[in-house]
Design a protein around this ligand. Structure first.
Ligand code: SF4
Length: 501
């Protein structure tokens, strides 16, 4: 049952604290420039950097992209492969295994490489390296093979950024296991320490100041005239990254705040005149920085209890939707089996019946691991923010690798539902796995789950967006009604009244 559905964050319209320029402690990849001219909309867009250090591990890969996957070829590569002499080994493979699609989807998806009996790419050598690359060089690879797992994206303001598909095990390790890749808060201080507290404060202040600077008369006039909030993705992203790293809140609480922000942003976009959008957005960001700093919603959140049966029910629903494809992925089937066993599933049991074992696994095995490695799921969420260009969605910009697409920016609330659905499913599956592995539950299990889950869902745009529809079908549409789904049953920081102000 919706619990916080009527919560409207009591945001003070005029913040009682001055947003004066502060030394920006934000150590994001793209720092705010000292140059006033550079401090216009999205000039300070933080971008991920981990793609630069990615290296394929080839034959050592435990779930190779050359296996059990739809291997697509672009038109130019297809034509090039037709020129390989048929008497050569590669030529014979081309003739037997490279087939044009009866109805090509696009220039980028023109043909397919048929897998061999082992469900592997037939070009793989015995040592599991790519035969095309070994013989003809990297330039002979198709666009997909050349770039995977990198994703080139272009923001609404034309800025290019490269992120990674988590369906690659090595990319998952790179993104999840290192603390704070391309993010805002550094240092080993605990969330409750004075220095960390000051860092959080300063980070929020820097975000509000950056937006204030972008709004300053005489700066960014052209951007203001466009009246497009999407041009301020940099400022919004900066706020989201700071919030998602704010360990004074549990991850579920942080996601709840992101959801209320997305709801307010949708209202703003729906109801403001174009000329007012940027001004309203500046107020919204400033208000939310204040709200997060002061912990305004914590007392209300403290009244909400986690709803494990809802979390289990949603996850089982998602798994059912993907089961047809899961049959091709033993790795994902394994984690599903571990999840079901870990929560004591037997045919015919309802989510309510499974909840006690789930709660025990969460308390005894999941929470200790996540508390010991708090960056892992933070990294998952910040990566999701980059990857989906949250809160506007990739439709608000373009995908550089396949040509820029000019689509309408997404509805921030819908984008949030999709983000929340996948996060809750991943966390729920992890709790079940924790129950299965007990004290042996470790970060490797988190990587295995995130990678195999991503391989199941991330490459199917229709499923990715339809997942958010699962919530709508249960009338869970805004952050308020989603609170019980988002919040953890164990490991939430204790409420310390006034400590965050
Ligand atoms: S999945 Fe990643 S690490 Fe594995 S073979 Fe493909 S690119 Fe390399």
């Amino acid at each position: 049952m919706p619990i916080l559905s009527d919560v409207t964050p009591p945001i003070p319209l005029t913040p009682p604290v001055p947003f004066t320029a502060a030394p920006a402690p934000i150590d994001m990849v793209s720092r705010q420039s000292a140059s006033p001219r550079a401090r216009t909309a999205s000039a300070s867009l933080p971008i991920p950097r981990y793609a630069e250090t990615f290296r394929c591990i080839g034959s050592a890969c435990e779930d190779s992209c050359c296996k059990a996957w739809d291997l697509r070829l672009d038109h130019a590569t297809y034509e090039r492969y037709q020129l390989i002499p048929v008497e050569s080994l590669l030529g014979r493979i081309v003739q037997s295994s490279v087939v044009p699609l009866p109805e090509p989807r696009s220039e980028h998806w023109y043909a397919r490489i048929q897998l061999n009996a082992s469900l592997e790419c037939p070009f793989l050598t015995e040592e599991k390296w790519c035969g095309i690359q070994q013989t003809l060089g990297e330039e002979a690879l198709s666009h997909t093979c050349k770039t995977y797992p990198r994703i080139e994206q272009r923001t609404a303001t034309g800025k290019r950024e490269t992120t990674l598909h988590l369906s690659c095990p090595e990319a998952s390790r790179l993104v999840l296991l290192e603390e704070h890749p391309g993010s805002g808060i550094t240092g080993a201080a605990s969330a409750g320490s004075q220095s960390m507290q000051a860092t959080y404060e300063a980070n929020y202040e820097a975000v509000a100041e950056a937006m204030h600077a972008a709004m300053h008369p005489g700066l960014g006039a052209a951007s203001r005239r466009t009246g497009k909030a999407v041009a301020y993705l940099g400022e919004i992203r900066r706020f989201l990254l700071v919030l998602l790293r704010d360990r004074r809140y549990s991850l579920g609480e942080r996601l709840f705040l992101v959801g209320t922000f997305a709801g307010r942003l949708r209202l703003l976009l729906d109801s403001s005149a174009a000329s007012e959008v940027v001004g309203e957005l500046a107020h919204l960001l400033r208000d939310y920085c204040l709200l997060a700093r002061q912990g305004t919603l914590r007392p209300a959140l403290g009244q909400v209890t986690s709803q494990p049966a809802l979390q289990i029910g949603l996850t089982l629903g998602l798994i059912n939707q993907r089961l047809d494809r899961a049959m091709n992925s033993l790795r994902f089937l394994d984690v599903v089996k571990e999840f079901l066993e870990g929560i004591g599933y037997q045919p015919g049991m309802t989510p309510e019946m499974l909840a006690p074992a789930f709660q025990r696994a969460e308390r005894e095995f999941y929470t200790p691991l996540i508390e010991g490695h708090p960056w892992i799921l933070e990294n998952y969420l910040t990566h999701a923010v980059y990857r989906s260009m949250f809160p506007f969605g990739a439709g608000g910009a373009g995908t550089g690798g396949t040509g820029a697409r000019n689509k309408t920016p997404g509805n921030p609330e819908q984008e949030f539902r999709t983000l929340a659905t996948h996060f809750v499913a991943i966390r729920t599956l992890l709790v079940g796995m924790a129950g299965f592995h007990g004290a042996a539950f470790a970060t490797d299990h988190v990587v295995r789950l995130v990678q195999s889950y991503s391989r199941m869902v991330d490459h199917h745009a229709e499923f990715l967006s339809a997942a958010g529809g699962l919530l709508e079908s249960r009338n869970l549409v805004d952050a308020g009604s989603l609170a019980g789904l988002l919040l953890e049953g164990a490991g939430r920081p204790p409420l310390a009244s006034g400590a965050m102000a």
